[in-house]
Write a protein that binds this ligand. Structure first.
Ligand SMILES: Nc1nc2c(c(=O)[nH]1)N[C@H]1C(S)=C(S)[C@@H](COP(=O)(O)O)O[C@H]1N2
Ligand SMILES: [Mo]
Length: 185
């Protein structure tokens, strides 16, 4: 009993020591090799009239959207970074090009937009958030930070909802796809 208790204390203690000695490099490289997650284009699919495949160059043909400073705050409340001077396009504009399917007047109100990353991370937006609330003005598919292409730790294309209270969760690194889905009848 006492032995198991001691072991239970020791294992996390060793883990904590190992973590402390690993320093910054480890704290930031959550993905050991982020280059494997890097995406060069995004697919727009699901309940849309026109499926799209958009590269960075394709995105550059949309009206540009720029945000100067967005602090990144995790769901836990911890500040995890800062997105400086990002350049991209509104998710809304991408969806307008794909044209969300709306057979009935009320369909869009039951529709969500899923942003998917190549590491399996996914977040959702409702159609109403994007098209019928001020939040939509701040949801950006971006490909430049401070005038430079995104590094491997974020992929060439990422997404962020800049008007969220905590911006970390809906900062999607390595953006791979946008799926539109009506979720109730
Ligand atoms: N693709 C992808 N994007 C992601 C995540 C993830 O696991 N995968 N985690 C999110 C969370 S919860 C936070 S707080 C920020 C943290 O970014 P960081 O890993 O660079 O600290 O990224 C967000 N974007
Ligand atoms: Mo987070």
């Amino acid at each position: 009993m006492i032995k198991t208790f001691r072991a239970a204390l020791l294992i996390p203690a060793f883990a904590a020591i190992a973590f402390a000695f690993s320093g910054n490099a480890m704290a930031h490289s959550k993905a050991a090799d982020p280059s494997k997650y890097v995406t060069q284009s995004i697919a727009v699919a699901g309940a849309v009239e026109h499926k799209l495949r958009l590269s960075v160059d394709d995105l550059k043909a949309f009206p540009p959207s720029q945000v100067s400073d967005t602090p990144l705050v995790c769901q836990s409340g911890a500040k995890v970074g800062q997105l400086e001077n990002i350049k991209g396009v509104l998710l809304r504009d991408v969806l307008e090009k794909a044209s969300v399917v709306s057979k009935n007047h009320n369909d869009v109100k039951k529709t969500v937009v899923i942003a998917k990353a190549s590491d399996g991370y996914k977040v959702v937006f409702s159609w109403s958030e994007l098209f019928n609330s001020p939040l939509g003005e701040g949801v950006i598919v971006f490909f430049e930070k401070d005038g430079k292409a995104l590094e491997d730790d974020e992929g060439r294309i990422a997404l962020v909802s800049t008007k969220d209270i905590r911006t970390g969760p809906r900062h999607v690194k390595w953006l791979k796809a946008i799926e539109v889905k009506k979720i109730v009848d």
